[in-house]
Design a protein around this ligand. Structure first.
Ligand SMILES: Cc1cc2nc3c(=O)[nH]c(=O)nc-3n(C[C@H](O)[C@H](O)[C@H](O)COP(=O)(O)O)c2cc1C
Length: 191
């Protein structure tokens, strides 16, 4: 199979986001394993709230998102936990991608991770995210999970992930997803 193409976005829109930091680390790992990567800044993209009345045609910002999704094989998503679920902005992004999803995300792979400031490390949010992506027929490996608790202590001033365990889990998750997805795509083009 040719080089894997990875589209990455953070479910947190804030500038000093811990999840944006984690995403940058994940992108470097993906590149180390030979992937071509594109990061989407959802705050900059500023998608409208999903509304079935305004999807014919899709708004320009949505088209931009969907074009990158069509290009990608793998989606790398780092999401905070907001009120025990994923962020509203991430859900809205997925809702736009879910329309005519055979053109965007269906049958493609997702790598999910999350950072929170508390002890739960996005455990509940990630469970929701998994459920949503399964509904869209995405390929997700079960283990390892990358659940980063007490996130303010897990990065240095340069954005490096200082927690060895989280870093190792992230590396293993990316490698395993790439290996398994390539195997699936080369043996059977339909997941
Ligand atoms: C609206 C809102 C809801 C939150 N809910 C949770 C939560 O349910 N669980 C949790 O661990 N942290 C929660 N937090 C705290 C986040 O872990 C914290 O804001 C974290 O920094 C979010 O990631 P970010 O830095 O990438 O934005 C919440 C924060 C906000 C703003």
């Amino acid at each position: 199979m040719e080089i894997l193409k990875v589209a990455a976005f953070s479910g947190s829109f804030q500038r000093e986001s811990l999840n944006k930091k984690a995403l940058k680390v994940a992108l470097k790992i993906a590149q180390k394993y030979g992937a071509e990567v594109k990061e989407i800044d959802l705050a900059e993209l500023n998608l409208p709230i999903y509304n079935q009345d305004v999807e014919n045609p899709f708004p320009d910002s949505v088209k931009k998102l969907r074009d990158i999704a069509a290009w990608a094989d793998v989606f790398l998503i780092s999401s905070p936990e907001h009120n025990h679920s994923i962020s509203a902005g991430l859900k809205n992004t997925i809702d736009w991608l879910s329309r005519k999803y055979e053109e965007t995300i269906r049958g493609k792979a997702a790598i999910i991770l999350g950072v929170s400031v508390g002890n739960s490390g996005t455990l509940r949010g990630q469970a929701h995210l998994r459920q949503i992506l399964e509904a869209l027929d995405m390929f997700i490996v079960f283990q390892p999970e990358v659940i980063i608790a007490n996130g303010t202590q897990k990065f240095d001033a340069d954005g490096n992930m200082t927690d060895e365990k989280s870093l190792a889990a992230l590396d293993a998750l990316i490698k395993k997803t790439f290996d398994q997805y390539i195997k699936i795509k080369t043996t059977n083009d339909v997941i």
